[in-house]
Design a protein around this ligand. Structure first.
Ligand SMILES: NC(=O)C1=CN([C@@H]2O[C@H](COP(=O)(O)OP(=O)(O)OC[C@H]3O[C@@H](n4cnc5c(N)ncnc54)[C@H](O)[C@@H]3O)[C@@H](O)[C@H]2O)C=CC1
Ligand SMILES: O=C(O)[C@@H]1CCC=N1
Length: 272
């Protein structure tokens, strides 16, 4: 079943993540003429889209209620952004929030007119249509509104619907922030390569190709990550020697756990 894209969509905050999602929505056929963007510091890409029919920073008093309002400002900017939005919420409007930490209750407090809210946590690979988003719907969300949110979110990658909003902070710690951990792995591999004597530019290229190639293999393969790891590991070989360090009791797993716990704690601090 093809679900229609929204008749009107207001994107509040078109930075790295809002901009990435917008790119995806344009690619799946949402016409620029149906999109309005509010951002005090619009990127050149946003200005270019305005030339193609997207409405950029209009007088909000002139705007009709919107089918979908996407909240994509920093969580700390919600208080500043919200007051002007309430009158743009109609009886059937869906609020789609991607703000880390901000709960459905937090959003309802700022937008009293909101009935249907989807709290979602996407990630940056959305910019190439390869994101993963976990989402949870508020009590007032109808099936049709959930389908509309699904149509938008699946336009930028895969979607996991959750019943329990309290899990979203854990999602933020794993897949929301997760791409940064992977990019840092590429930085660490390159640094290790330099320390082992490789020219810096060669080390950067090897690390980048290794992380992206392994990621793509994981994407294309049906095999579990552990099986793919074993496929690299010859008995008594170099990878086995490396993994003895990486998989030691004080190796990567406890470090990643502490990493994710720090992110989850911060998400909780951003609520309210
Ligand atoms: N960057 C990421 O990988 C992810 C970010 N998020 C969430 O997305 C949201 C945005 O994060 P980023 O895109 O990284 O930040 P960003 O700083 O790149 O984008 C925020 C945008 O909001 C604009 N803005 C500031 N005040 C505004 C206002 N009053 N009205 C409208 N726009 C305003 C800024 O000019 C900026 O373009 C955050 O709430 C974050 O938790 C969620 C998942 C992943
Ligand atoms: O760093 C942040 O707070 C946001 C949420 C997940 C990724 N970026």
């Amino acid at each position: 079943m093809t679900v229609a894209l929204p008749a009107s969509l207001l994107l509040v905050g078109a930075g790295k993540m809002g901009g990435a999602m917008l790119d995806g929505w344009l690619k799946i056929g949402l016409p620029p003429a149906r999109i309005t963007v509010i951002d005090p510091y619009p990127s050149p890409a946003m200005q270019a889209l305005a030339d193609k029919g997207l409405t950029l920073n209009p007088a909000l008093a002139d705007l009709a209620p919107q089918a979908v309002l996407v909240l994509a400002v920093k969580p700390q900017m919600l208080d500043e952004a919200a007051p002007q939005l309430d009158r743009l919420i109609g009886a059937d409007s869906v609020i789609l929030s991607i703000l880390a930490g901000k709960t459905i209750t937090d959003i309802k407090e700022r937008l009293p007119a909101a009935r249907a809210i989807v709290r979602a946590m996407p990630n940056l690979p959305a910019s190439i249509g390869r994101g993963v988003t976990a989402a949870v719907g508020s009590s007032g969300l109808t099936l049709a509104q959930r389908d509309l949110a699904q149509a938008l979110l699946s336009g930028v990658g895969s979607v996991e619907w959750l019943d329990d909003e309290s899990l979203i902070d854990a999602v933020t710690a794993i897949s929301g922030s997760g791409p940064a951990y992977v990019f840092h792995l590429a930085e660490c591999l390159a640094e290790a390569g330099r320390t082992l004597g490789l020219p810096a530019d060669v080390a950067v290229r090897l690390a980048r190709a290794t992380v992206s190639g392994a990621g793509e293999l994981l994407h294309q393969s049906d095999l579990a990550a552990g099986t793919l790891r074993e496929n690299v590991t010859s008995k008594g070989g170099t990878t086995a020697a490396a993994l003895e360090v990486l998989m030691a009791a004080d190796g990567l797993q406890p470090l990643i756990l502490r990493t994710a716990q720090a992110a989850k704690r911060r998400a909780a601090e951003l609520s309210g």
